[in-house]
Design a protein around this ligand. Sequence first.
Ligand code: FES
Length: 160
Amino acid sequence: MSKVVRLDPIGQEATVSTNDHLLSVLLKQELQVLQECGGRGMCATCHIFIKEGMEHLSPVSRRERRTLGVIATCQHQSRLACQSKVVGEGVVVELPSGMYLSEMSEIENLIGRRTEENILHPLDGRVLVETGKLITRSMITQLKETQSEVATQVATSQLN
Ligand code: FES
């Protein structure tokens, strides 16, 4: 059986099979989801808000609850897309704003320009660089350090 999921605020709809993860909805719509932890429920990069239909998703697991607990922008309707299976009709997803710290080459291209949206930490979603800030070389150095810390932390948690 298939289910329709709506994405706000972009107003798109996607059809998925029952028990498919919400992550597959996002990927079907060609949204860039960094999946820093490889879809294992341990990062902030697939964090979404459920506007309607929370009861039509699989329950929150212990791991998901723990990860949501450290995400700075977590609200009561927060879920991790890679951990939420669609089990019923009527799910409406809202995508949080901001871009996650990802490819440094992409960010390096922004040196001397102002950010158009917040740049977020991939593990806890906190704002690393606010919208409208001028990207400087020293900022890039700091972001690179953050990125290598994130890589180490993800690699360590994948071993456990
Ligand atoms: S991709 Fe990391 S928690 Fe979903």
